[in-house]
Ligand binder design. Structure first.
Ligand SMILES: *Cc1c(COP(=O)(O)O)cnc(C)c1O
Length: 376
């Protein structure tokens, strides 16, 4: 393939602003009205627009998804010594805020059916730790967890549920958006997510009073008083009005991005899915993922490391599946409930480049390199 783009880097997932320039229009408006900071119209509108889009009553725009998880834990009343169940197969940002609150994570295994939290392991964890305060559920790579089963177990034990939907904005479980099943849901607009504001997050909930409280905490917990008065610990976690402008523009192209991510996944699956030992991430009949990252496992003669190295040699980015939290030096002292599913997914998994700016030629380049292992 001797095209001029033959050696241009192909990214796993990179920022993709709208062709129409929506983002700049909102940012321009912020400049024109000098609402660079603090807060302002873009923040208020972005909260409303996102809440409407996902079907939640209210939302708080924050500086990151991690901050959103942190304040969700505070809103759930999680504090020192409390136990929080957390999937082991996730990015560390899901688990870190549990530590910020001086609480104790207990890591839960995945199942092969969803790659997400295993309802059976969750049930076992409840037997071991009936005093658990909250459960965080993650929708990895845009695949939804089995929410009916997870929620059934959680309701039985009357526990607060926080959904980490950082990777699954625009994805549905049985027709309902991920992030809206639990008491709280969080989204991320970090640079590699399906839509981005360069950095940012959102906390959604149907409990408007708790969301108001989150906004209060996120702006340094300033009491209603003429002077600076504080009766609670505060945080500087609010999203800026400039950043929110980018978010409002990006929200307009969310469906378009999901469509392209799905196209990428289907392309890979069609071209690579029949190769011996290749298995693509599971798409259940009740799941309409956003296909954030197309991922597969390799269990035959070809190893993930070989594939990732071959792609890197051609200037193409790929990466392993998240390394489970219970295997991380920082987190290994905490308890883990389950078997070896997450560990196996980590050992065998590869995330393929899923950048929405990829052309068919780019996809063909990736496929050709990977297929090469089966031809030799
Ligand atoms: C990206 C991500 C986060 C953190 O979001 P930030 O906005 O980067 O703080 C949390 N959880 C998961 C699963 C993520 O992928």
């Amino acid at each position: 393939m001797e095209t001029t783009k033959a050696n241009e880097r192909i990214f796993l997932a990179s920022p993709h602003m709208s062709d129409e320039g929506y983002e700049l229009q909102y940012v321009q408006e912020a400049f024109d009205t000098n609402w660079i900071a603090p807060l302002g119209k873009n923040v208020n509108e972005f909260e409303k627009e996102l809440a409407n889009k996902v079907g939640s009553k209210s939302a708080a725009a924050l500086s990151s998804g991690t901050g959103a998880i942190h304040l969700a834990l505070r809103a759930a009343g999680v504090g020192e010594g409390d136990i929080v169940f957390c999937p082991t197969l996730t990015f560390s940002a899901t688990a870190n805020p549990i530590i910020y609150q001086n609480a104790t994570p207990v890591f839960i295994d995945s199942n092969y059916e969803t790659w997400n939290m295993c309802p059976k392991a969750l049930e076992q964890a409840f037997e071991k730790y009936p005093e658990v305060k909250a459960v965080i559920v993650v929708h990895l790579y845009g695949l939804s967890a089995d929410m009916d089963k997870v929620m059934e177990v959680c309701k039985k034990h009357n526990v607060v549920v926080i959904e980490d939907a950082a990777e699954s904005l625009g994805g549905y479980y049985k027709g309902q958006q991920t992030g809206t099943f639990g008491d709280y849901g969080i989204f991320s607009f970090n640079g590699n997510k399906i839509i981005t504001t360069s950095g940012g997050g959102m906390l959604v909930s149907n409990n408007e009073e708790r969301i108001a409280k989150v906004r209060f905490w996120a702006t340094q917990s300033r009491d209603q008083a003429r002077h600076y008065q504080h009766s609670e610990l505060g945080f500087n976690y609010r999203m800026s009005n400039v950043v929110a402008g980018i978010g409002r523009g990006q929200l307009k192209v969310l469906e378009e991005r999901v469509e392209k991510k799905k196209y990428i996944f289907e392309y890979y699956k069609r071209e690579l899915g029949e190769l011996e030992g290749v298995k693509f991430m599971p798409v259940n009949e009740w799941d309409e993922p956003n296909f954030w990252l197309s991922s597969m496992t390799l269990s035959g003669k070809v190893t993930p490391i070989e594939v990732m190295e071959a792609l890197e040699k051609e200037n193409i980015e790929s990466r392993p599946i998240w390394k489970p939290m219970h295997m991380q030096p920082f987190f290994e002292k905490y308890d883990f409930v389950g078997s070896d599913v997450s560990e196996k997914l980590f050992e065998k998994g590869v995330c393929l480049p899923s950048d929405t700016k990829m052309t068919d030629e780019d996809l063909a380049r990736v496929v050709e390199i990977i297929k090469g292992f089966w031809l030799s």
